[in-house]
Ligand binder design. Structure first.
Ligand code: ADP
Ligand code: MG
Length: 246
């Protein structure tokens, strides 16, 4: 038990440390991006310099995205965890994202059969996982397509979330890298979406699966355990120094 505790504390310390580092990096990074942007507005630049400054600007924007993810990830403290209605989270996430896709001719179909089903976790983090999955799907369908989002219950009451796109699919040779932090095939990508999603879902006691066929599409699935299988996390503030009767 002691060793587990130390590991948890270490992880928490690393989380706080990365949030601190991310904060420190943010201001200089804003300056770099801001001045690159200001330089781009100058009239007297030749083509070659413009290209170089554009790279500085675009890369600083990419780093800003990475920082935002790290800060969001490190921020949720103990006690932010609770019972979360999965369908509600999905509808909130879709609400933020679907308009742009639909205005480009894309179609979104929802089949949220697991009505009112709750899981234990941090709502913001779960929403982030759903957003990551939906965004990846939309990004795989730049010329439109169909996005399906489904929730179902398995025979043993696990809740299954499926995010299904009809996009470009994933070639076999990169399959093994997809969940590595910072692995991306996109020019403005962070490569943190799937890595964070896996970490969050597994911390909830769940599993992530990805199936894909090139030019057919990709299905990202989350398997989340029913509430009865995940006891509430100890709220340290409330239980500090209190011995529970057994
Ligand atoms: P990012 O989206 O920033 O690249 P992710 O971790 O979300 O980072 O995804 C990593 C990589 O996995 C993507 O760059 C892409 O190559 C691949 N990928 C993930 N989801 C899909 C999808 N639905 N369709 C096609 N490729 C995908
Ligand atoms: Mg992504």
């Amino acid at each position: 038990v002691m060793r587990r505790l130390q590991q948890t504390e270490k992880l928490a310390a690393i989380g706080e440390m990365s949030a601190f580092v991310a904060h420190e990096i943010r201001n200089p990074l804003f300056a770099i991006g801001g001045f690159a942007n200001a330089l781009l507005k100058q009239q007297n630049l030749n083509e070659d310099d413009t290209k170089k400054i554009k790279i500085i600007y675009n890369e600083s924007k990419r780093l800003e995205k990475i920082l935002k993810i790290i800060l969001n990830f490190a921020r949720p403290a103990h006690g932010d965890e609770g019972e979360v209605d999965v369908n509600e989270i999905i509808l909130e996430a879709l609400g933020l994202l679907r308009m742009k896709f639909e205005s480009q001719g894309g179609k979104v179909i929802t089949n949220l059969d697991a009505k009112g089903i709750k899981v234990r976790g941090n709502p913001d983090q779960l929403k982030q996982c759903v957003i990551n999955g939906i965004k990846n799907g939309f990004e795989a369908m730049p010329n439109g397509g169909t996005m399906r989002v489904e929730t179902t219950l398995s025979a043993d009451n696990w809740i299954i979330v499926r995010i299904i796109d009809s996009g470009e699919g994933i070639p076999d040779d990169i399959r093994e890298h997809l969940f590595n932090p910072f692995f991306t095939t996109k020019s403005g990508g962070t490569g943190l979406g799937l890595a964070m999603t896996k970490k969050i879902v597994e911390d909830m006691g769940g599993k992530v699966k990805l199936r894909s066929r090139v030019n057919k599409g990709t299905t990202l699935s989350f398997y989340l355990p029913p509430l009865s299988l995940v006891p509430p996390a100890n709220n340290e503030k409330d239980t500090d120094g209190v011995v529970e009767p057994s």
